[in-house]
Design a protein around this ligand. Structure first.
Ligand SMILES: Nc1ncnc2c1ncn2[C@@H]1O[C@H](COP(=O)(O)OP(=O)(O)OP(=O)(O)O)[C@@H](O)[C@H]1O
Length: 483
């Protein structure tokens, strides 16, 4: 959760912002990708058929080739538009950089046998289906939550006091904007992290508690924090399974024993899996809104678990995005469209995930003590693919160069200024895992349709290469640098 007035965060209303507006999906621009009729196949050669399939695949956002081609063509479209002034040529440069990043991936895959480029099935849909009863879906109050997840425990204050030595200061393992987190040992021996929400006004605490509980109780993935139960006696408490290594932030930035490359790569992959689940495979689209190193917990074998759903938004399927009127989150991770227009959708999380990847590669904080933005520092190095300068000196040369290449290129794409040039999380997973994963997944199965987010559609409609974009970019940089 975010706290007003904290040094690395801020929370402010902004005047011209529509509060909680939404646009139905059918009002947005339809997809450009169209499939050729299967009838064509009857009068063409095997070679033609393969070409046709490849072309079809290239329009299919679920295939590796499609992932790359879709983004390449979007970058090309923007790059092709004629410039009238210097600012537009800057944008063209930025687009062609994105184009070249996608090209790097594309050429990598192009060299592989065509079989390995076959389409693969979408992520496994969780057992909890989207077809839950209407009432359950729309009234995420305590009663329903306990019905939904019968395993959730309702703790008494006495149980939590006993587990934490009466909330002793020695048991504090974390502190955020709204809560203190205590390590606890339950009577049956289970180790837990007890999040005691006691900062802010009663209204803020209640809203934060219900919001986090309402989302986390419906989330079930190996890479998300595990809620055990809650307690509303005295203060409001959320009880989680303890992640023994604490947060990635504390390990990466606050300890001398920094994780080696294989652990960092594992953390990148697991976090991408967890976020893909939230965006695309969960019963509803969940936008986390506060992806950062402090909100990635680590189990003893460095399995990452996304935590802190205090800001998360549950987007109804028919909503393309959410507009917020209050600026919350953590500075250094804000996507430009959120920062400028308050737009919240999947691509705002993708941007923050890109910053997280940069932290893993460089060992630097998203915003350092001098308020230097990691993104601004890393951009020129990313553009020149200068891995030597980018890589954390603590790693030395002890990293897998191919994995490092993939992570660096994925990070470049995720932090593209334009959401349209950023991959979706399922595409991120493909890019990060590389060929072996693609080959493993190259089985037939139903394909997920490529559906564009509101921020992508909006930028398409508004013309990506407008002066507004440049002003936004300048302002974003100014604030980031000025802090
Ligand atoms: N399950 C857990 N296991 C171990 N440590 C945890 C757990 N949950 C939280 N923590 C620790 O407590 C810190 C704060 O937790 P959390 O982010 O949920 O609180 P918050 O008040 O919402 O924070 P913020 O202001 O950053 O949003 C985490 O960064 C982590 O170090």
């Amino acid at each position: 959760m975010a706290k007003d007035g904290e040094e690395d965060k801020f929370s402010t209303s902004w005047e011209n912002c529509k509060a909680s507006s939404c646009i139905p999906e059918d009002e947005v621009v339809p997809l450009k990708y169209k499939k050729r009729s299967a009838k064509l196949k009857s009068c063409v050669s095997a070679h033609d058929l393969r070409c046709l399939d490849m072309e079809k695949e290239s329009h299919d956002g679920t295939s590796p080739r499609g992932v790359i081609e879709a983004c390449l063509s979007l970058a090309r479209t923007d790059t092709d538009s004629s410039p009238d002034n210097n600012k537009e040529s800057d944008i063209r440069r930025s687009n062609s950089r994105a184009h070249s990043n996608w090209s790097k991936f594309f050429s990598l895959w192009k060299r592989k046998p065509i079989k390995r480029l076959a389409s693969f099935p979408p992520l496994a849909v969780p057992k909890i289906s989207r077809r839950k009863s209407k009432s359950t879906r729309e009234t995420p109050v305590l009663r329903d939550l306990f019905n939904f997840k019968s395993s959730l425990e309702n703790f008494t204050l006495h149980q939590l006091q006993a587990a934490t030595n009466n909330f002793s200061q020695d048991n504090v393992i974390g502190e955020g904007g709204y809560a203190k987190v205590y390590k606890g040992s339950l009577a049956d021996g289970r180790l837990v992290a007890i999040k005691r929400l006691n900062k802010g006004t009663v209204d803020e605490i209640t809203a934060g508690f219900l919001s986090e509980l309402g989302i986390i109780a419906h989330v079930d993935h190996p890479n998300t924090a595990k809620l055990v139960g809650c307690c509303i006696e005295g203060e409001m408490h959320l009880v989680f399974q303890l992640s023994s290594l604490g947060s990635l932030g504390s390990i990466l930035h606050g300890s001398k024993c920094k994780p080696d490359w294989s652990k960092r790569y594992k953390i990148a992959l697991g976090t991408a899996d967890g976020l893909t689940y939230l965006h695309e495979a969960c019963q509803r689209r969940i936008i986390h809104r506060d992806i950062k190193a402090d909100n990635i917990l680590l189990t003893e074998d460095f399995e990452p678990q996304i935590c802190d759903f205090g800001l998360a938004k549950w987007l109804p399927k028919q909503w393309t995005h959410h507009n917020v009127s209050k600026f919350e989150g953590t500075f250094g991770y804000f996507a430009p469209e959120y920062f400028m227009n308050g737009i919240v959708d999947e691509k705002t999380d993708v941007y923050a995930f890109g910053v997280l990847l940069l932290e893993l590669v460089t060992g630097r904080e998203a915003l350092d003590n001098w308020k230097q933005s990691l993104v601004i520092w890393a951009k020129p190095l990313l553009d020149n693919n200068n891995i030597e300068e980018l890589a954390d000196p603590a790693l030395g040369n002890d990293f897998d160069p191919e994995e490092m290449d993939r992570v660096v290129l994925t990070a470049s794409l995720c932090i593209e200024h334009s959401p349209i040039l950023r991959p979706r999380m399922s595409q991120v997973v493909i890019l990060l895992r590389g060929d072996e994963y693609v080959a493993e997944c190259a089985k037939d199965g139903p394909k997920r349709s490529l559906h564009r987010t509101y921020s992508e559609e909006l930028l398409d409609v508004q013309e990506y290469n407008s002066t507004k974009y440049l002003n936004d970019l300048d302002r974003h940089r100014e604030v980031a640098l000025g802090g």
